[in-house]
Design a protein around this ligand. Structure first.
Ligand SMILES: CC(C)(COP(=O)(O)OP(=O)(O)OC[C@H]1O[C@@H](n2cnc3c(N)ncnc32)[C@H](O)[C@@H]1OP(=O)(O)O)[C@@H](O)C(=O)NCCC(=O)NCCS
Length: 149
């Protein structure tokens, strides 16, 4: 099946209600509108969203550009639009928006879809933090080096 048309663009504060709705439907421990808006207003924050041709939000990615590194905080795609390449496209667009340097993230140890997405994108597991999440689940630390010029 071919992927439906979508486009990527930077997200703005006007998009926060749509991003919060997506969070509520797609994420364990979803962020509220307030939490997303707080993140979006940081000078370090970079946000990219995927929308269909009618402007409906299908997914988004949020990270920080810190000292030339990308710290990935969120990659989320609505359940009806998964396995069509959006997660990978959002991940790469976020890394590019953060300058394309080394990228780092934490992911729940049980989150096989996300771990597989990151491994397919060239990330490797570099560590594990027991009890990292509020519910006691461990986090895997993953990173990807900047491409060599
Ligand atoms: C993780 C997530 C963002 C992946 O988004 P997606 O749009 O489905 O990802 P893609 O279609 O780009 O998948 C790229 C590759 O990742 C891997 N992958 C993605 N979902 C997978 C799954 N459920 N099981 C196994 N591998 C999976 C596959 O290798 C896939 O390539 P393929 O479809 O050619 O086999 C999505 O499942 C999601 O939003 N999950 C809930 C939010 C979340 O946990 N985010 C990560 C932590 S912030």
């Amino acid at each position: 099946m071919s992927a439906p048309p979508f486009r990527l663009r930077p997200a703005t504060l006007d998009d926060v209600p749509s991003l919060a709705a997506l969070e509520a439907s797609a994420m364990t421990g979803a962020w509220s509108e307030r939490e997303i808006a707080d993140e979006a207003q940081s000078t370090l924050a970079r946000l990219v969203l995927a929308e269909d041709l009618s402007g409906a939000v299908l997914g988004y990615a949020l990270g920080w550009e810190v000292a030339g590194e990308t710290q990935i905080l969120r990659v989320a795609v609505g359940a009806a639009h998964r396995r069509q390449g959006l997660g990978r496209a959002l991940l790469e667009a976020l890394c590019a928006a953060c300058g394309g340097g080394e990228a780092l993230l934490e992911v729940r140890a049980s989150n096989l879809p996300a771990i597989t997405l990151y491994e397919r994108a060239g990330f490797v597991i570099t560590g594990r933090r027991e009890g990292y999440y509020r519910d006691g689940e461990a986090a895997l630390l993953m990173s990807r080096q900047a491409p060599t010029p």
